[in-house]
Design a protein around this ligand. Structure first.
Ligand code: F3S
Length: 278
């Protein structure tokens, strides 16, 4: 069985930056707190915990060391709570997410109503919603055109969760057009996501089976698995090499490997090695 690794796979710039900042923070007195798991990757979170970088739910649970803001970013209120703790705040918000936050606030000021294209409840989306609201805007969250409410104003701003697909944005824009709503769009889809999606779709169309590596709680890995499944019915989403089942690859001559933006290289390497050994 030949194993092909996707050209663009694994930790993106923002995730790698957050990891590097967290590891650097653990070098001092060895303690730092992240607000929620640093990335949606249980194995990496466990490794950080072993180095003294613990995930907490609220800023007031961080009692010493530093507070690390994740690559997804936080709401302005949570940022203020972090600062109120009196500990150093390490901002690992991905610069692309910061750009989306600024765009949400700007659109709120300009249009008064902002449609956030994204997954309701996702921490990045909650941040975008809060930035728009703090700037005085009304907000709705839509993953597709069908999610849009009927009582929209004539003119809205549109901002996108960085890990969403271009198709999701197009679907929401088509929904707005149907309702006669004019949209001012800030396309904040991250190119790292797009590159991974395009490379994964291409590879999935060329192989007998494909393995997508990444946390099941990772939105971008789940999207990647969906994109692969549309091209290749034998798509398997795993978190680690230990989950690989040889039966999945019966009669396969070629298998592809790709990984979400929150998957470090060593996890991809171990899956590739395990597949090569089958
Ligand atoms: Fe940032 Fe894009 Fe990664 S938004 S965290 S570089 S997927």
């Amino acid at each position: 069985m030949q194993v092909f690794r996707s050209k663009n796979a694994g930790a993106c710039y923002g995730v790698q930056r957050a990891l590097d900042l967290a590891l650097k923070a653990s070098e001092g007195d060895g303690s730092a707190f992240t607000l929620g798991p640093l990335i949606h990757n249980p194995q990496v979170v466990a490794e950080l915990d072993a180095r003294g970088v613990r995930a907490v739910e609220r800023p007031d649970e961080a009692t010493h060391g530093a507070i690390i803001i994740r690559s997804h970013g936080v709401t302005p209120a949570v940022r203020r709570s972090c600062e109120a703790q009196g500990l150093p705040v390490i901002d690992a918000t991905c610069p692309h997410v910061s750009r989306a936050q600024k765009a949400a606030a700007k659109l709120a000021g300009e249009c008064g109503f902002v449609v956030v294209v994204g997954e309701a409840g996702h921490p990045e989306v909650e941040g975008l919603v809060a930035y728009a609201q703090e700037a005085g805007g009304s907000v709705c969250v839509a993953e597709c055109g069908a999610d849009l409410p009927n009582d929209l104003p004539e003119h809205v701003g549109v901002v996108v969760q960085t890990t969403q697909t271009r198709d999701a944005l197009e679907d929401v824009l088509a929904g707005l057009k149907e309702r006669g709503v004019e949209a001012e769009v800030k396309d904040t889809v991250c190119t790292a996501t797009r590159q991974r999606q395009q490379a994964a779709a291409k590879l999935a169309g060329e192989v007998d089976a494909i393995v997508v590596i990444g946390g099941r709680n990772s939105a971008n890995t789940t999207h990647l698995a969906e994109i692969c499944a549309a091209e290749c019915p034998r798509t398997h989403h795993v978190e680690s090499a230990a989950e690989l089942d040889p039966a999945w690859f019966a009669d396969c001559e070629t298998v592809g490997v790709t990984a979400g933006a929150s998957t470090p290289d060593n996890q991809i390497d171990s899956v590739v090695r395990a597949l090569e050994a089958m």
